[in-house]
Design a protein around this ligand. Structure first.
Ligand SMILES: NC(=O)c1ccc[n+]([C@@H]2O[C@H](COP(=O)([O-])OP(=O)(O)OC[C@H]3O[C@@H](n4cnc5c(N)ncnc54)[C@H](OP(=O)(O)O)[C@@H]3O)[C@@H](O)[C@H]2O)c1
Length: 321
């Protein structure tokens, strides 16, 4: 698959590294708002072609698929343009907090016979699959609750994450992982309740959320730009607990532990590059060799849940998802 990078975002580095580790994907081109930046970026990363506008990248006939690493608020517009140009799309998380945009994008992709998938890279990692398997097979008994955190200190308020016009905010940036991480074991939320701390730029600098699921399962999370770097996921059943030290950025390192009957055992997980696995799944899907791991259903429920959490915080009440 010949991939075009739409922007010179920081996160591209992970995708370029992931592509370097597989023979399924070649990074063929990059597009930037700034032609000189595109040229420099292409030269630095050994990318064959540089385009001075995003439109020019979409017109590149030697590109099969586009990786959209724009700020959140631009994901939908450029996904629609990329699909209209006949390209498959891997779009960074969170696709959008607006369910209607997700539906519109998947309608367009399906009508054109193209793959669209949301880039929750941690979902592709063997650790995540092991967590899903352990819970599904009853390793912790009946699921009762989930707790998670994803935080880091955002001090540069010129960062896209602090810009309300670009759909910044802690819930969008890191909270979307906590929502996703609860959903992999608990399914789709029924209702949510959220408290937010809004910063001087107008985005939520922290969101503390509660999600209620079917079968009386409750998940709580903290997504924050106001705390040191932390990530953790704790999944509690009536017969044990799974503790995941590095649930989202698995490459930052940490153990998966299963505690039950007074014992704590380390669960061995294969080392792997989430971004390589994500790219391989995307490439295989475009060749009809695999289903995309993350499709319409997942992205729609993600957007519905994020939207409900924002509305809950604004209205000070529980919101049905
Ligand atoms: N999956 C992951 O592990 C992961 C990790 C980090 C971020 N992300 C996601 O990736 C996306 C990008 O995040 P990032 O931290 O990499 O962003 P970033 O470094 O700030 O890059 C965003 C890029 O978007 C382009 N852009 C277009 N209009 C812009 C505007 N008005 N302001 C700023 N940039 C603009 C710029 O590229 P040009 O100037 O070249 O056009 C810029 O380099 C977000 O959706 C984020 O949630 C995912």
């Amino acid at each position: 698959m010949k991939l075009g990078l739409l922007s010179t975002a920081n996160i591209n580095a992970q995708i370029i590294q992931g592509a370097a580790e597989t023979d399924r994907v070649d990074v063929a081109a990059v597009g930037s708002r700034d032609g000189a930046r595109a040229q420099t970026y292409a030269a630095e990363h050994g990318i064959p072609r540089a385009h001075s506008t995003y439109e020019e990248l979409l017109e590149d006939t030697d590109v099969d698929a586009i990786y959209i690493s724009l700020p959140n608020g631009m994901h939908h517009e450029w996904t629609m343009k990329a699909l209209a140009a006949g390209k498959h799309v891997l779009c960074e998380k969170p696709y959008s907090r607006h369910p209607a945009e997700v539906e519109e994008a998947f309608d367009a992709a399906e009508a054109a016979g193209l793959i669209l998938t949301e880039a929750f890279m941690y979902r592709h990692h063997p650790q995540t699959k092991e967590i899903e398997r352990l819970v599904r097979e009853g390793a912790i008994g009946r699921l009762r609750s989930v707790r998670s955190v994803f935080s880091f200190a955002l001090t540069d308020l010129t960062n896209v994450r602090a810009d309300p016009e670009l759909a910044g905010g802690a819930l969008m940036d890191v909270g979307c992982y906590c929502v996703s991480g609860a959903r992999i074991v608990a399914g789709d939320p029924v209702s949510v309740l959220a408290e937010q701390v809004v910063g001087e730029t107008g985005v939520d600098m922290a969101t503390h959320g509660t999600m209620r699921f079917w079968d009386d399962v409750v998940a709580q999370f903290e997504a924050s730009f106001l705390a040191p770097e932390r990530q953790a996921l704790e999944i509690v059943g009536d017969g044990g607990v799974l503790r995941v030290a590095a649930p989202w950025r698995v490459d930052w390192g940490g153990e998966l532990r299963l505690e039950r009957n007074g014992n704590s055992e380390r669960v061995e997980v294969e080392l792997a590059n989430s971004y390589r696995l994500e790219l391989e799944n995307f490439a295989h899907a475009t060749e009809f060799l695999a289903s995309p791991l993350l499709g319409r259903g997942d992205a729609t429920v993600q957007a519905r849940t994020l939207d409900a959490l924002y509305r809950s915080a604004a209205e000070g009440t529980r919101i049905a998802v």
